[in-house]
Each structure stands twice: as C-alpha cells, then as structure tokens.
Design a protein around this ligand. Sequence first.
Ligand code: NAD
Length: 306
Amino acid sequence: MSQLSVVGTGVIGNGWISRALANGWDVVAFDPAPDAEARTRAFVENAWHALEKDGLAEGASVDRLRFAATLEEAVVGADLIQENVPERLPLKQEILSAIDAAAEEHVVIGSSTSGFKPTDLQQDCKKAPGRVIVAHPFNPVYLLPLVELVGGEHTSPALLEGAREDYQALAMRPLIVRREIEGHIADRLMEALWREALHLVNDGVATTEEIDAAVVYGCGLRWSLMGTFLTFHLAGGEPGMRHMLEQFGPALKLPWTKLEAPELTDELIDKVVEGCEYQAAGRPVAELDRRRDDFLVELLTLTRKY
Ligand code: NAD
C-alpha cells in the first residue's frame, strides 16, 4: 500500500486525489481554504462515477482520504508528494521549500506546474533539491494518463527513473522531458493552437463553437490515436512524411502563421466568454465534466485496444 500526499486541492490537486484513491492508494491532503475538504469530497464523488466505469484497482476506496491540519503533517509517511498550489512562482518556491524541509529525503516531490522550470522551483529547497521535479498532469488528472516529468539542475537521471516508476504505480504514462523549458512539451503545443484559435475569433473569422467543431470533427479525432507526426506521415501517402514535407512544408512560411498571441482586449474576452457560455447552454461545469468523463472512459478503452 502506498501513500500520496497532496498539497493544494483545487481542480488539479483533487484530480490527483481521485486518481490515487482509484488506484488503491492512501491519500493525505492539505489546503488552507476553509471549505477545502468538503470541496474535495464532492469532487471525488463526481469523478468516482467515471473511475468505476474505467475500472477501480483492488482496495480502491474514498475512505482512504484524510485531510491534515498542516503541510508538515500532510507529508509524514508519504511515498510520493504532489504540489498543486496556484501558478505563482514565489508561492510555489515557498511551499516547495517547506515540503522539502518536512518530507523524508528519499521521497519525490512533484509539482503540477504548467509552465515553471524545475531549476527555479528547486531554488529555495535546502534538504534535497534534486527530488523537486516537475510532474505536469492533464485535466482531468484522474482519467488522462500523461504526466510530463522534468528534472532541474540538481536532479539525477536515476531520480527521474525512480519517479517514472512512482507515477506508473498510479497507472500513468510518464514522459521524461529531455530538457527543461517553460511550458514543457504538451502545453507548448496546446498554446500554439490556442493562440491561432484566439486570432480566428479576434479577426471575426469564426465563433468559438465553429473552431471547436473543427477540432472535434476533424484533427482531434485523429490526434487521440496518432498524435501530430504520425498523422502527417499518413497524409503524405505511401512515401509518408518526406512527401508531406515537400508538398506542405512551404505553407509553414505563409504569412498567415501568426507567432504572436493577440492582445486580450475586453472585446476579445467578451467574445470568447460569450461564445463558451452559448456552447455550454446553461449547463454547469460539473455537468460538462461528467459528459467529458463518460466520453473519455470510452475513448481510453479504444486507445487501449489499438
Ligand atoms: P486552483 O486554483 O484550482 O487550486 C489551487 C489550490 O491551492 C486552491 O485549492 C487553494 O486553496 C490552494 N492553495 C493556495 N495557497 C495554498 C497554500 N499555501 N498551501 C496549500 N494550498 C494552497 O488551481 P489548479 O488549476 O488546480 O492549478 C494548480 C496547479 O496545477 C498550477 O500550478 C497549474 O499550473 C497546474 N495545472 C493546472 C491545470 C488545469 O487545467 N487547471 C492543468 C495542469 C496543471
């Protein structure tokens, strides 16, 4: 039996908690918000429906969750620690140095940070800075298997290998990132698409709904099986990628490829928010979460099959 200690129980912390419980782990959590425990228990209950469908591990139980009164108490006995406080570097540095001081030296401390580099996160850790790494998951953490692992200047390759095994024990697909960069790998890709999507809305070319349709009924379907490179390899016909690059490579330099993000003006923000509210059609996020989860469970079953 293993214990995950979770510091910060918002959307992502609660996702980690749900995943660990579903895999039969004990979980000890800490979050200073007064309603944190109630929010977490409601979150886990909502996620459990999909987790049950996807298959619970032996011993999986929501009763294995306990909240601690302090961060120091939360990390006692941990086999793995996951930090999920808001994305602000000074706050993360402060919390990670407190976790490092309190936790046993051999335990890996993963940060869910979407963008910060591990060397910056390790900066104020005195005891064993190398074990503070980026362990970047994807929402909903309890269903999506990818976790990007990134070591900083104090991290050894052996530590990253050990961390890979820790996250595999949570039924994840760890991807060790070879070099630390802001945004790691997947967020860099998502930001590129997000940037173009915002330009299209800003330029009045398409609504949020139309852009989402282009992903949902087109490229998104293929990506979930093959990603971007293998998808384009097939698009090149029998010679594959070489032909694809000869044919479409020059298009990458056309002036419509926009590298700068658009200014988030009040007008653009209103357009995007109104577009999303129209698409949500009055359904609360929790209801949309359920719809997404049901779909993901079936999609995961398919990806395991192929
Ligand atoms: P969130 O705002 O939903 O949750 C943050 C939580 O941290 C809150 O519950 C808050 O009470 C708690 N907190 C604040 N100060 C704290 C402290 N001193 N000690 C302990 N807990 C504290 O944020 P989130 O979306 O869950 O993001 C958390 C991290 O995960 C960020 O680093 C973010 O970049 C990363 N991340 C987010 C997503 C996403 O889609 N939301 C995806 C991957 C990674």
